[in-house]
Ligand binder design. Structure first.
Ligand code: DUC
Ligand code: ZN
Ligand code: ZN
Length: 478
């Protein structure tokens, strides 16, 4: 009687800690053996000459969600996660926003159900909080965290911002209950004022979107949230960092023991604000907030990833079609403030990072795994995800490290209809993808069905920090 269901044989296996030749033994969807394996098995796949990494964990993507402007994403759980799977991602954390129409628990159940029907890969949700005056919201938040939703997103801008006072309440509850607070950190006043001046003087095209999100807006809000993390001595995850100054602020906060973590995204590592200069409305395809910045910021972001100032890379997949359902919903030629923000990224994140980190000058293969798989799983509390070791889910990607492709105009498997990375050439391709031991992508083709993904309950976050909360407060409330 075979003891294993599957052995992946003879590949170079990369983890965040190691790089060597090994066989991977899988039983009941879990990795049970690693090394030279001779145990009887039902199936063997020869992966000689290939590289195997953990499946990607994308800890920041928007799926079936309304934008701040009230526009629905182009992707359903089915279309977003098929695109993710084909790009080598096996776990997503997308968003379940608080709703004015239903209690938080019902809003979460609604998202769980939609994902249970559509998702092809495993998934969890960040709770978005936008109204702390809603009835019973603090009690409901505690219950949601205890039910396994261990992360919360708040905004400091985007029409759904919380006041500083309310962010304090969220941080205090998160600390008590063991949840992670993630923040879209840009100063709303600076953005609003700059935007109004630009529009008043007729500067309405997509390039002015970047100017309307001054780098100081990110820097101010990042500095502020760092102080909040310091005061409460509870971790804050700063989403989509784009500027050198924010990287510097996070680095010095970490050096003095503040529990602050941060991510960046491929479009901040590889694109500059010049992408918005494309003719007329076309630049809107690349519009996102914060906007892409400069080559100097690229260097600072890579340095931050290298020295641990930035912990991980996410896609911030925010899919809108380039038509009246999405980017052009306010009509052709509408000013930049009326164009949806965001670009698709679920399918390209892993290949772009693989190419940069395995073939280029950037960091190391271990860092590729750490930033794109292991750290997102560890910091967001996803049990048994993001690494290759006995006991971990057999979420794995076989890479053909020789295969070179150039992205085309519309070759992604989401529902967006354009590829913002058109013309980029990359080497290294995810040919086979496994979710809990099941082959879901073979030779780039999908082999699974909607609804195969599972919701991941996060029993506890395992946050450990040496920081202590503001001393005056602790003494006064003792
Ligand atoms: N920025 C975000 O913060 N989320 C979605 C899209 C975007 O551009
Ligand atoms: Zn954001
Ligand atoms: Zn986002």
């Amino acid at each position: 009687m075979p003891e294993l269901d599957l052995i992946l044989k003879g590949a170079r296996v990369l983890t965040s800690q190691s790089d060597g030749m090994a066989d991977i033994g899988i039983s009941n969807g879990v990795i049970t053996a690693l090394g030279s394996i001779t145990t009887p098995t039902i199936q063997t796949i020869d992966a000689t000459g290939k590289i195997i990494t953990p499946g990607g964990v994308d800890a920041h993507c928007h799926i079936e969600q309304l934008s701040g402007m009230g526009l629905m994403n182009a992707d359903t759980f089915e279309t977003a996660t098929r695109s993710a799977a084909i790009g080598g991602t096996t776990t997503t954390i997308s968003f379940a926003p608080q709703s004015a129409d239903m209690p938080l628990a019902d809003a979460l159940k609604d998202y769980e159900k939609r994902a249970a029907r559509g998702a092809l890969i495993d998934h969890a949700f960040h709770i978005i909080l936008s109204d702390l005056d809603a009835p019973d919201i603090r009690r409901d938040l505690r219950n949601a965290i205890r039910a396994g939703h261990r992360s919360i997103k708040v905004f400091t801008t985007y029409n759904i911002q919380l006041s500083d006072r309310d962010i304090c309440d969220v941080l205090a509850i998160a600390k008590e209950e063991g949840a992670l607070v993630c923040v879209h950190a840009e100063n709303d006043g600076l953005i609003g004022w700059t935007k109004d001046q630009l529009l008043k003087s007729g500067k309405t095209t997509p390039p002015f979107h970047a100017i309307s999100h001054p780098r100081l807006a990110e820097i101010e809000a990042v500095d502020r949230l760092i102080r909040f993390a310091e005061f409460f001595a509870t971790p804050v995850m700063l989403f989509h960092i784009s500027t050198r100054e924010a990287v510097d602020a996070i680095r010095s906060a970490k050096a003095r023991g503040v529990p602050v973590w941060a991510e960046t995204c491929p479009h901040y590592l590889f694109m500059t604000a010049e992408v918005l200069d494309a003719d007329g409305d076309t630049g809107a395809k690349w519009m996102c907030s914060p906007p892409q910045r400069t080559k100097d910021d690229h260097c600072a972001l890579w340095d931050g990833l290298n020295d641990g100032t930035l912990s991980l890379v996410s896609s911030d997949h925010a899919p809108y079609r380039f038509d009246k359902t999405g980017k052009l919903s306010a009509g052709p030629g509408a000013d930049f403030s009326k164009k949806a923000n965001g670009l698709p990224g679920l399918e390209v994140r892993m290949p772009l990072m693989f190419d940069a980190m395995m073939n280029g000058e950037k960091l190391t293969p271990q860092k590729f795994v750490e930033l794109n798989c292991t750290a997102p799983a560890r910091l967001h509390g996803l049990p048994n995800k993001g690494d290759i070791a006995p006991g971990y889910d057999a979420d794995l990607v076989i890479w053909d490290s020789e295969k070179t492709i150039t992205y085309g105009a519309n070759d992604l498997h989401d529902n967006v209809g354009y590829n913002p990375w058109e013309g980029y050439t990359i080497t290294g391709w995810p040919t086979h993808v496994f979710l809990r031991g099941q082959e879901i992508v073979t030779g780039g083709a999908l082999q699974t069905d909607p609804g195969r993904g599972r919701w991941i309950t996060r029993p506890h976050l395992g946050i450990t920090t040496d920081a202590t909360p503001a001393r005056e407060y602790v003494e006064a409330t003792r």
